[in-house]
Structure formats: structure tokens, C-alpha cells
Ligand binder design. Sequence first.
Ligand code: ATP
Length: 271
Amino acid sequence: MPELEKLQLRNVSHVYVNDHGASLAVDSIDLTIRAGEFVSFVGPSGCGKTTLLHLIAGLLKPARGSVLIDGKPVSEPSTAVGYMLQQDYLFPWRTIRENAELGLKISGRLTKEGAARVHGLLEELELGGTEDRYPHELSGGMRQRVALARTLATEPEMMLLDEPFSALDMHIKLQLEDLVWQTIRRRGQTAILVTHDLAEAAAMSDRVIVLGRNPGHIRLTVESPEQLRSIPPMETRRHADFQAVFERLWSELDHEEQLTSELEERGGQHA
Ligand SMILES: Nc1ncnc2c1ncn2[C@@H]1O[C@H](COP(=O)(O)OP(=O)(O)OP(=O)(O)O)[C@@H](O)[C@H]1O
């Protein structure tokens, strides 16, 4: 039986238009992500990682091509897609419970069951007992877990994670990677992680998409070996086969950096 296609990008290009003119941010992206797959986007700054997430979330419309979720074109943001960012965006004047319930409240789904689900999520994410406290009383890692609870409460089928761990200390970051991975896997959600951390991408994903820039395009895909896919990121990092995946990504991005600076140098000589 063919595996279920959750997300399809078909020949997607995006152009930003502003006072300085038009610029092609991503060009001719073709990509299919299976239901339940965990994929990462890595690549140099400006290669279009966030633009792709915004297109998938329905926050931007492609200039060309189409974005399909479950075979249907994405035309606007939907609660089927959850978004988690580097900043937690908790409201300081709301309690932890109120912050975690916000996604449900905004989408008009804060029922008794919804509130119970939020309570359960806060317990699951080891935030039990913090419900009546305020964000400033919590550590950065705890705040990110509240943001995760808020996103999960709306029961999205797909999670978009835009550098959600990059502002955290290494120790907390490793713990949270594990927690997020386990939570997503348990729910069978499809996930896309944007990160600058190649080890994080290699440890968390089934597949890493390496993007290049000027304009953003897919350079190559690195599949994680089968034996690494079913184990959590912290264990993956200790596995004998992990280093090879990391090295592959490292050498590709190193190559991309060299290529870009050569092109920039040549551009400079012609100027
Ligand atoms: N609102 C905008 N208006 C004009 N150009 C934009 C806008 N947002 C992004 N861009 C341009 O589009 C390209 C892709 O940007 P994007 O933010 O998607 O890249 P990124 O890979 O996420 O970068 P980073 O790793 O630095 O976050 C860049 O050249 C960027 O300058």
C-alpha cells in the first residue's frame, strides 16, 4: 500500500515584492512529505526555510505552483497546522493555563473537554502545578513547553517548528528535543523542523532537506538510516551510525558556503 502523502509542494516559487522591487525567494520547489514523517530544512541564512514554512502554513500564497495538504490546496491558515517558533510569545498578563488555552480560545474551541486536554498536556509536559503562575516565573525551557502545550491543544495534524530550541541552553535544548520528538511521535503527527543546528536536524529527522540560496532551492535530501528513525534524538546522537549522517550534512553545507562566497566574489569582480 502506498504511504499516505500528507504534504505536497508542486513546483512552488515565491516572490517578495516591496519598495525595492521583486525578489525570488524560493524557486521551483518539489517536495512530498508522508503522513507521520519528521523532516528538517537546513541551509544557509536566506535560503528560504521560513518562507517555505509560511507557504505551508497558508500565511503566504505561492507566486507559482501549489501547496497541498491531504490533497487539498492550502489557501489560508488552519488549525490542522500548528506553528512553534523560537520565541514563545506568551502573554505576560495571562496565567500559564490561560496561555496554554489561548489557541483553543481563539479558534472557538475552548470547551470543558478542551480545558481538560490542556490540563493533561501541561501534566504530560511536566508543567503540572504551574497553571496559576505567570510566564515571568518560569524558565525559558518551561515557557517553550507552555508554547508547545498551546500548539498541541488544538490537535494539529502537522507541526511546523521554526528554530524552537535555538534560544535555549544546550542541556535544556537536548531535553526539549527529546520531549518534542516523543510528543509528536506519540500523536503520529507530521513535522517539519527548521534549524541551523545540523546535529539537531540529524538527530530528530527521518529526512533532512538541504536547501541552497539565490534563489532558495533544494540541493539534496539526506535520509536517516532506518535504525535511527525509531529512537529519540538523545539516543540517536550516541548511536554509532549518527556521525555519518552529520558528516554528510556538514560537507554539503560547507560546499554550499564555499560556492556562495565564490559567486559573491565573482559578482564583486564584475561590479
Ligand atoms: N518580507 C520580505 N520581503 C522581502 N524579502 C524577504 C522577506 N522575507 C524574506 N525575504 C527574503 O527571502 C529570502 C528567504 O528568506 P527566509 O527568511 O525565508 O530565509 P531563511 O532561510 O529562513 O533565513 P534565516 O536562516 O536567516 O532565518 C531572503 O533572501 C530574504 O531576504
